[in-house]
Design a protein around this ligand. Structure first.
Ligand SMILES: [Ca+2]
Ligand SMILES: [Ca+2]
Length: 312
């Protein structure tokens, strides 16, 4: 009898539907589901932007479940939702010259295929010395490499110097084959929490062996996202500081082996030459195919030699 009572209660619970009216007026339909399925407090589902509290099992449904603004992932969870709305998302698109494949119009993901991309962000050394704790258990599919992103607050691009970097930045994200920049789950856009700026928001994108670029204008907020596409015109980079890499496609200059902001002889002599013939996650692998070889020097470094970054 007890088990029958339990089952009937469980059935009742399963059929119950709650409509939560959450902070800031967002409505989410929460469906109760079985206790044996889904997540626990110790293993909550992906729910960036939300805080899970309490002891209710359920699944998010309805159009808000994949809201571009809140990025709650459908799935079972434990707890009512306390909405912590982000101040916006960061929607960026950028190409790296090295791995760009003009045939596909996307970047190759050879480093990922070879299992060479480190699980923790690689910018924790000179010259970046970025101490961020970004790391993952596995590299999501379609990732080209790690990027380092800064936001700057200035009245004009020329005034957007390193002195104007917003507090809490830079941060490390993933670059995907299509040029999108994602949070560490490899699919959602990065969230901007506690975003405060006085003038215009400029973005600087850095890669470990390509020349950094900065947006030539302030990022407009389109829907929920501060948006910038570097790839569709050379002028999308401040001072046109990128190059034509395919039909109608623009990307960051490769070949800066020591990441000092200039593609120069020392990148060839002190970086590429010392690593030539080696495989791995290496600064001299300018085309990011996992090997340091003659084509890195000839196809990427050589045409760019003498070029410097235009980031102020
Ligand atoms: Ca250099
Ligand atoms: Ca290579």
């Amino acid at each position: 009898m007890k088990s029958r009572l339990f089952l009937s209660r469980l059935l009742l619970l399963c059929m119950s539907i709650f409509v939560f009216s959450i902070l800031k007026g967002q409505n989410y339909q929460l469906q109760q589901f079985t206790f044996s399925t889904g997540s626990s407090l110790a293993n909550p589902p992906l729910s960036s932007g939300y805080i899970l509290q309490g002891s209710v099992f359920g699944v998010i449904s309805g159009p808000e479940a994949q809201s571009a603004g809140y990025r709650l992932q459908p799935g079972f969870y434990l707890g009512p939702l306390l909405l912590e709305s982000p101040d916006g998302l960061l929607s960026l698109k950028v190409f790296l010259e090295g791995p760009f494949n003009s045939g596909s119009g996307q970047m190759n993901t050879d480093l990922h295929a070879a299992g060479l991309i480190p699980l923790a962000q690689p910018y924790n050394q000179l010259p970046w010395n970025y101490a961020g704790s970004e790391s993952v258990g596995s590299i999501p599919s379609g990732v080209v490499d790690w990027l380092l992103v800064e936001l700057r607050d200035a009245p004009s691009a020329a005034q957007a110097t390193s002195a104007t970097i917003l507090s809490g930045w830079p941060r490390a994200f993933f670059l995907k084959a299509d040029g999108s920049i994602t949070a560490l789950d490899g699919s959602n856009l990065p969230q901007l929490n506690d975003l405060a700026f006085d003038h215009n928001l400029y973005v600087v994108v850095r890669h470990r062996n390509h020349l950094a670029v900065m947006s030539s204008g302030g990022l407009p907020k389109i829907d929920d996202s501060y948006t910038w596409d570097f790839t569709n015109a050379i002028t999308q980079a401040y001072m046109s500081g990128q190059k034509l890499i395919g039909a109608g496609a623009f990307g960051m200059f490769g070949g800066d082996g020591d990441a000092n902001g200039q593609v120069q002889t020392q990148d060839k002599n002190n970086v590429w030459n010392l690593q030539s013939g080696l495989s791995g996650y290496l600064q001299g692998d300018f085309d990011l195919n996992g090997q340091v070889q003659t084509q890195d020097k000839n196809n990427v470094w050589n045409p760019n030699s003498g070029i410097g970054t235009s980031v102020p």
